[in-house]
Design a protein. Structure first.
Length: 109
């Protein structure tokens, strides 16, 4: 069994939750989202994030707007929609339950 594959699958499973969580505080463009994820030690690449952002937008969880940049081309800023905020609240609840259950099991003697 390849441990790196298992670790990558675990990270992939929480990536959607983490992206939505990054956007709960403020709108952000992709580079800012990637920086937040990298700062949290979630190793992700642009090729993973772009399709996920598109899917979240198509699912009605995110919206976006174009904003002019003083240092290059316009940037696409993503924001949580009302549906996305409700979805994130549900994910937070589920994450807390799951995290508590995993901690209980893995910390048992």
């Amino acid at each position: 069994m390849n441990i790196e594959n298992t670790k990558a699958q675990m990270r992939k499973g929480v990536l959607e939750f983490c992206i939505l969580s990054v956007l709960k505080e403020k709108d952000a463009y992709t580079s800012e989202i990637l920086d937040s994820l990298k700062n949290a030690k979630l190793l992700v690449v642009e090729g993973t994030v772009y399709p996920l952002l598109t899917r979240l937008k198509n699912d009605g969880l995110l919206s976006y707007r174009w904003e002019e940049s003083s240092s290059g081309p316009p940037r696409k800023y993503y924001a949580l929609t009302e549906t996305g905020q409700i979805f994130l609240t549900e994910l937070n609840s589920t994450w807390t339950e799951l995290s508590d259950a995993v901690n209980l099991i893995t910390n048992q003697k």
